[in-house]
Each structure stands twice: as structure tokens, then as C-alpha cells.
Design a protein around this ligand. Sequence first.
Ligand code: UD1
Length: 421
Amino acid sequence: MPKNPDSLPLRVQGGARLQGEVAVSGAKNSALKLMALSLLATGTTEISNVPEILDVSIMAELLTRLGCQVTVAGDCVSITVPERPDHRADYDLVRKMRASINVLGPLVARCGEAEVALPGGDAIGSRGLDFHVAGLEQLGAEIVVEHGFVIARAPEGLRGADIFLDFPSVGATENLLTAAVLAKGTTRIDNAAREPEIVDIANMLIGMGAEIEGAGTPTLTIHGVPSLNPTKHRTIPDRVVSGTWAFAAAMTQGDIFIRNARAEYLEIPLEKLVESGCIVTATDEGIHVVSKGRPKAVDVSTLPFPGFPTDLQPMIIALNSIADGHAVVTENVFEGRFMFVNEMIRLGADIKTDGHHASIRGREILSAAPVTATDIRAGAALVLAGLVSDGETIVEDTFHIDRGYPGFAEQLRSLGADVRY
Ligand code: UD1
């Protein structure tokens, strides 16, 4: 299904001015979670607008191993869930894709037990599960972590509780929400994540018969129901991919219409692009970003939604690397997320990091070099950086990019970029 299965290096020719239209597909960070929560109802659930990426195949395999029948056809995924799914998710799949942890809440709610391998760390830092575990315990599950697995048991079923999250973690909010929908009584999650993907998940759950109030606000109230029905649901458009194209226009002094992009998901990033000199117009069909000159440097701090997303932090660093002036970018979500800065420095960027701050002095042009993608978003940012370099930049480990950007190279070419595997 995904293109570029051999993870070929991508040759990126500098000097492009991207111009034209791109269409954004469904959000990876929604679709994978929607697939996982389909476990909550016996029968066939259909999810459309699913991006054609490897992680969808991995989630499909995980669900298959849990006893589901999964078919992926184009951007539609159909999942038939048995009366009693299996309850164990093994390390070989979980380590390939962190979103696998999202089966924990649905399995313990549905089966009264779940065993899910710990996902481990990745290239953007350590990513804890303590909020997931503490919240499920409050819902009445007994949890042990041993031999690399989180093992949760609630033989009598879960019961509603008042839960406060120390940090509005997206993953913890998702696991607790998808567990609480089948708990006895009412659950309140305070300081819940407000990301659009949480709202998408809540909307699908409501379509299945769940009773949820407050999605998109810091307080979620969930009145548990005895069972849920399968449903049909369309995934929201990907805000990170949309944002990446907006930055691509800004960096290349381009003119891109980003079809399906929604401005309400990207208010702060779009404000930052306006501050850097772009003209941004939002319509019901998408977002139009035009840049007529060298971008101005802009300071940014990443924060949970509606703050500037950590997933677009590599893009703002890439933009500031060629901007007029000096900027400070502060990363407040993932401590390891500056690792790709060393690759930007290989491209001649003038960046110094100190703890969770990066100080960037813009240069007129970057210096083409071979670089390596360290994660999905860093990979995309390196490609954009290559487009504003003085020659041919080669980006290695492109499998990272393919995990988040279906058909990235083809879309870049359609906008006039000279890129090839
Ligand atoms: C995060 C992003 C999300 C993005 C996704 C993929 C935020 C708030 N979340 O979601 O927008 O799409 O990455 O890149 O920007 N944490 C704990 N204990 C826990 C759970 C989380 O300490 O039990 C910490 C994490 O280590 C991290 C922070 O909380 O520092 C945010 O984690 P979380 O929102 O859960 O991460 P993701 O769900 O992966």
C-alpha cells in the first residue's frame, strides 16, 4: 500500500518555489486511534479517509491478531470485531508503532483484561505511561507492569471515577476516554487533552452510542453505557500535514492551496506564518498560503493544543534557519525533540540548543549535504530545508517520512519541486 517500500534516499534539489495545490488526507493521529477503539463494539465498523501509510497496516495486523477481520481498501478500513477479542498485544507490533498502546483502554473495558507490551522510547524522548496506568487504576483496574507488559485486570468491569491528569496527555486522555465509555457510572477527566483528534475520537464513540460531554474542552464527562454499536466514521484531515505544507510555502517563497486543511486546527501556527510575512487565507475548502519574500524570524513555544504543536516544531526550526533575524524556539512537550538539530547543522543552519530552548540565527540559504531523518516530522523538515539549500541534499531513512506523509515526494513534485528517490 505505501509507496517507497525500500526506504530509498530522497534527492532534494535546492532552489524550488513551490506553487499549486495539494490535498491533505485523513489524520494519522486520529485514524490509528479510531481503528483501535473499534474494538469496543462487536460487529463491523467502517472508517474512511484513512491515510495510506505503513502504520495503518501495522494497526490492521495488531487488530487481526486480536481476532478481528480487517480489510483495507484505498482510504477505507473495515474492521469486524468478534464477541470476545483476544486481549494480548505483543512487543513485536507495539514497538513498531506507539499508537498500539491505544488498544489498552478498549481491551480492559471490553474484555475485563488486557496485556499490552510497553512501547519503549523513541527518537523524540521518553514517553511515559504513568497517567494511563494511574487513571485506569482509578477506574477500578488492577495493574501490574512486569516482563515488559502492562497487565490490566477488571474482572467485575470498570467503574466511573474523577480523574485529574497532571499534564493534558493526548495518549492518556484517549485510553481513559475509551475505557470509561463502558464503565459503570460517570467519569470526569479534568485537564484532559483538547486536540482535534480527541474530538474526532469522541465523535466516533458518540456515533457508537457513547455518552460524552465536553470533548475539546479541558473537562470530559463520560456517562458509561453497557455496550456500544459498530459505526461508520470519517477521519478528520491531518493538521500536521496541513501545517507542513503551509511551512513549505513560507520557506520556499511559494504559493500553495492546501485542500481540506482546517484553519481552526492551526490557529497559532498560521498566526506565526503571518508574523513571518505570509499571506494566509482560510476558506471552507482549505488554506491558501502565499509568501512573497524571505520569512522573518519568529519565536515559538510548543504547547498542548491549542498551543503551537510539538509536531510542527521541526518545521519552525527549519523556517527560522533561513529567516531574516534571530529566534528562540522552546520545546515544552518532548525533551528529546531537538535531536534532529544536528542534521540541520549539517545543512549549515546556525542553531544552538540549551535544554529545551533552541536559538536560531537565520541564513539566506542552507548548504546542501547528506542528512538522515530521525523521526517523521524531522524528516519532513529536512526535506523542506533541502528545498532552500544551494544544491542537492540527500535525505536518508525516508521510511520515517512515509509514516506520516503519504506520497510526499509525488506531492512535492506536483508543486514544482525537483525531488526523486
Ligand atoms: C503527543 C502530542 C500530540 C502529537 C503526538 C505525536 C502533545 C500534548 N501531545 O501525543 O499532539 O500528535 O505526540 O507526536 O503535544 N506523559 C507522561 N506520562 C504519561 C503520558 C504522557 O509523563 O502517562 C508525558 C510525555 O512523556 C510527554 C507529554 O506527557 O512529555 C505529552 O505526552 P502525550 O500527549 O501523551 O503524547 P502523545 O499522546 O504521544
